[in-house]
Design a protein around this ligand. Structure first.
Ligand code: FES
Length: 118
């Protein structure tokens, strides 16, 4: 089983395997909160890549990272550092690309959903 690390996404504790990107952790939280019919479930595999992740969460809806200048909620698109739709605040640093950042123990991630609640 891979090493597991815990971090906070919008104040919710998430545990993921080491090497997981921040955007994948955000997607896990969203999937755990609101699985859509036919969508992948939040159930973690017991072995192999992704084994052991879990999320304690309340309903957050689809994966959301930021707001556009017009106020629309936006989420990750390319997953490879090109579109910049995955910008979040990580440990107080704004506009970090969640798809390019690896989760670290104790990391504090803030998305547009938390900014709405503030
Ligand atoms: S998802 Fe496109 S830059 Fe991160």
């Amino acid at each position: 089983m891979p090493d597991l690390i815990s971090l906070s996404i919008d104040g919710q504790t998430v545990t993921v395997p080491a090497g997981t990107t921040v955007v994948a952790a955000i997607a896990c939280v969203a999937a755990a909160a609101a699985p859509a019919a036919g969508a992948p479930t939040a159930a973690a595999p017991s072995t192999g890549a992704g084994a052991g992740w879990s999320a304690t969460t309340s309903a957050t809806g689809p994966a959301v990272t930021r707001r556009s200048v017009s106020g629309a909620l936006r989420g990750p698109l390319c997953g490879m550092g090109v579109c910049h739709e995955c910008r979040v605040t990580i440990d107080g640093r704004a506009h970090q690309l969640a798809c390019q950042a690896l989760c670290t123990p104790g990391m504090q991630v803030r998305t547009a959903l938390a900014e709405n609640a503030a």
